[in-house]
Design a protein around this ligand. Structure first.
Ligand SMILES: CC(C)(COP(=O)(O)OP(=O)(O)OC[C@H]1O[C@@H](n2cnc3c(N)ncnc32)[C@H](O)[C@@H]1OP(=O)(O)O)[C@@H](O)C(=O)NCCC(=O)NCCS
Length: 173
């Protein structure tokens, strides 16, 4: 019971619950009511999720403040987004189906203050580093870091002597 109360005393949990409510209203075309629920949730939690966004099960939001999720964004199940993340649109880029915002697969982790722009697709189990600026698709299980983001393959496919090579270079300086 105590653990449940501690879980509920967590503003990002309120933000996701409010979004579920707002999204249902949005889908029933009660758009003003949906926007009001979303606006109230933003005031209470600092998390700004447009009611049109589609969010899968068990989304985890860390800290939450400054998180922005745009209207046509799609998020799969079991994703984790940290504070300051933006899933936004890139001006003038719209897919034929109207999508303007990123689509995340399942189990995607997005680090603090990462910015993902446009109707890009991030595959299942991908990771986005803190403060990355991602403008292109990220394949499943790959990691994107930096600004503009560069892509890193899954760890098992990276050069096995990467850190050793760095240590050798440092020793030679
Ligand atoms: C990207 C991340 C998930 C690590 O992924 P990883 O696959 O384990 O990456 P590694 O640590 O092996 O680093 C691989 C390369 O990416 C670089 N890198 C890692 N994180 C980075 C970041 N956020 N920004 C820029 N470069 C980064 C490393 O320096 C390394 O560079 P190199 O190839 O030139 O040596 C992690 O660094 C990260 O940013 N997590 C988010 C954590 C967060 O937001 N915390 C806030 C808590 S409140």
């Amino acid at each position: 019971m105590r653990r449940l109360l501690e879980y509920l005393a967590n503003p990002p949990v309120w933000a996701v619950a409010a979004h579920r409510r707002a999204h249902r209203l949005w889908l029933r075309n009660h758009r003003l009511a949906a926007l009001l629920v979303a606006a109230w949730a933003r005031v209470l939690t600092g998390v700004d999720i447009h009611p049109g966004a589609t969010i899968g099960r068990r989304l985890e939001i860390g800290h939450g403040v400054g998180l922005v999720i745009g209207a046509s964004a799609e998020i799969g199940d079991d994703c984790e987004l940290l504070h300051g993340v933006t899933l936004g649109r890139k001006h003038g880029v719209v897919l034929p189906d109207g999508r303007r915002h990123p689509r995340l697969g399942h189990r995607v982790e997005v680090g603090a203050h990462a910015v993902l722009l446009g109707p890009i697709t991030v595959g299942d189990d991908a990771k986005i580093g803190a403060a990355a600026v991602v403008l292109n698709d990220v394949p499943a299980r790959w990691t994107a870091v930096g600004n503009p983001a560069r892509l890193l393959p899954p760890k098992a496919q990276r050069a096995p002597d990467g850190p050793a090579a760095v240590a050798r270079d440092l020793a030679q300086e």
